[in-house]
Design a protein around this ligand. Sequence first.
Ligand code: RIB
Length: 301
Amino acid sequence: MKKILVIGSLNVDMVVNVPHMPVAGETILAGNMELVPGGKGANQAYAAGRLGAQVTMFGAVGDDSYSDIEKKSLASVGVDTSHLLVRKENSTGLAWISVNSEGDNSIVVIQGANATLTESDIAAHEDLLRDCDILLCQLEIPLKTVIYAAKRAKEFGKTVILDPAPVPKEFPEELFSYIDVIKPNEKEAAQLLGEPVTNYEEASDKLRSSGVKNVLITLGPKGAYINSESEGKHLIPVRQVPVVDTTAAGDSFTAALAVRLAEGSSLVQAVRYANEVAAIVVTRKGAQTSIPDASEVSFDN
Ligand code: RIB
């Protein structure tokens, strides 16, 4: 079985349901707060593990009960967490998530230990990069660390998939050259381009001109747009479902894509599968708590 390595963030999510997103200066009332295992990196590792892949998670956590929540959740789906670094002086990452009545979320990430992951940490664990087939990265850890990891993975001939979330103020051009597949959502694509996305073909062409061979723009209920050197341009629709909470939909999409690519599917087939996984995730509450296992994904390619 091919191996997926996720290098990225681990956060425990503090989730509140709100009637609407508060605006500046507004106080609103919410009910209970729930603690849910999350973090873009950990969500991707969890989803790939739950969908049946062999997965290792690399990142940094604090020496606290939040890290136990993350490790326990990842271990429950067979993800190898034995290489996680423990920072005594930092807390595990946390995320404050408000979910409104339409299921949309707004997230503030308290980076904690995630912010301490360095290039030297990656260099000291280079065997993980050598050992994997696919590297999944997101941007909730320092950019320099992601650039270094992606560069080394490419040097070892691995497939690198980047979920560019959250998009930094200045996206480093160099990173594009190490990526095989980039998967922004529509908002992130606009941030990367510095202009609104009005036409998917044009936007993805512009992202392709940075040197990335495969661009996938996820479009929520409209599905996903593929612009690929080898597989062409396609809008792949997604099954329409009642949305409860969109948290981790993008993470699950990326993980499902990696799982199918690892199994030898084409990009188009992998996106169809990833769309279906994300369609299930948005019907359920929370991050890792919303992710289905492979048997729940009825999918006919
Ligand atoms: O993508 C969803 C995730 O973003 C949440 O789980 C939260 O931890 C933030 O990292």
